[in-house]
Design a protein around this ligand. Structure first.
Ligand SMILES: C[S@@+](CC[C@H](N)C(=O)[O-])C[C@H]1O[C@@H](n2cnc3c(N)ncnc32)[C@H](O)[C@@H]1O
Length: 346
């Protein structure tokens, strides 16, 4: 793949295009099908022959076909049974059905026995507002009733992706911001925030599609002239170790009660052990003390989040029960990161 930040996709090769007869069988007439050409450069750059490429929203198997064309194993989840059959038929026509595993359903419902580990996750996410007309399914994200529910569904899926992705593997999501009614929804940017709470951001590519006509989607008025490929990686964050130790000292000096545990303690006891990716502290679940601690951190320039969502102060503690921890991140003007995970539940 070229090293510049955009990828111009001229035309879809008729050789790999979803065949018209298969398109005709689909409730959305294959309207949401991507291009093999779009996926190939990412398969080549972010995986090796023999690796497993996973698409949690397999759709018509475009990613899976690109993976098989490059001698990777293909693994896909798709919530619509009709599309699973369609993928099988499409890959069989290319004589590439072997080396492919198709799972029916949403990956967040699958345990480790059902979903084998994979080396690369490469996908096009379902768009909010697409109005699915096929067989109903509670996990079908095309049918999300609200934008917030849609983002929650995406978060659940990518949370599961993180668990199945091998350490060091890339998670790449293709997505654009969408026009819905008379507003623009920043789906690409909201998804980047969700992925940023699960992985480390590595890169972005803008995929550009020169269109000959002015056709747009009647419902969402999204014409896919460009989209983002958001490139994230599952890896331990490098943190500012001295800055973290200084922060912990400052918290003690300010009278904030906490117990330090986990990898930061282990590294302090044995500096030859792997460097920690954060500092975990345990605190009493006392709303007033938590507020004081979070307020102090915010005053020091920390961003406060709970599972990727910003945390407004003072906290409404009850709404965070069951979420276990707050995250406080501070990135300085040199790019150095201090990350504190504040656990208030076991
Ligand atoms: C944008 S399409 C993917 C198209 C695919 N990349 C291709 O070009 O062949 C999104 C797909 O996600 C599926 N989907 C929606 N919610 C899902 C979920 N929770 N788990 C798995 N698949 C889901 C939809 O049925 C749809 O086929």
């Amino acid at each position: 793949m070229p090293s510049h930040s955009w990828l111009l996709l001229d035309r879809e090769s008729p050789r790999y295009r979803l065949p018209d007869d298969l398109r005709a069988h689909d409730p959305m007439a294959g309207h949401d099908c991507g291009w093999v050409e779009q996926m190939l450069p990412f398969v080549r750059q972010f995986s090796r022959p023999g690796d497993t490429v996973f698409d949690p929203f397999a759709g018509f198997g475009t990613t899976l076909l690109a993976a098989r064309l490059e001698d990777r194993l293909a693994l896909g989840c798709e919530v619509d049974a009709g599309r699973i059959d369609l993928i099988r038929e499409r890959l069989a026509r290319h004589e590439l059905a072997h080396g492919t595993t198709l799972l029916h359903g949403s990956c967040d419902a699958l345990d480790d026995a059902a979903l084998p580990p994979f080396d690369l996750c490469l996908t096009n996410v379902p768009y909010f507002g697409c109005r699915w007309t096929g067989a109903p399914s509670a996990s079908q994200l095309y049918n999300s009733q609200s934008y917030a529910q849609h983002l929650d569904g995406l978060r659940n899926v990518f949370h599961r992706v993180r668990a199945g992705l091998r350490e060091g593997g890339a998670c790449i999501a293709m997505v654009e911001n969408i026009r819905l009614g008379d507003r623009v929804l920043p789906l690409a940017f909201d998804l980047a925030r969700i992925l940023g709470s699960l992985f480390s951001m590595e890169d972005e590519r803008v995929l550009v599609y020169p269109h000959e006509s002015d056709e747009t989607d009647a419902d969402t008025r999204t014409d896919r002239r460009h989209e983002y490929a958001l490139v994230f990686r599952k890896q331990r964050e490098r943190i500012d170790l001295q800055g973290t130790a200084d922060l912990l000292d400052a918290l003690r000096a300010q009278g904030h009660a906490f117990t330090l545990f986990g990898s930061f303690v282990r590294w302090q006891q044995d500096p030859q052990s792997p460097p920690p990716a954060d500092a975990d502290i345990r605190v009493d679940p006392d709303p007033q003390r938590l507020d004081a601690l979070l307020q102090y951190l915010r005053d020091q320039g920390f961003a406060l989040t709970s599972w990727g969502d910003p945390v407004p102060l003072p906290i409404h503690f009850d709404s965070y029960r069951g979420r276990y921890y707050f995250r406080a991140d501070r990135i300085d003007d040199q790019g150095a990161l201090i990350r504190l995970d504040i656990c208030y539940e076991q």
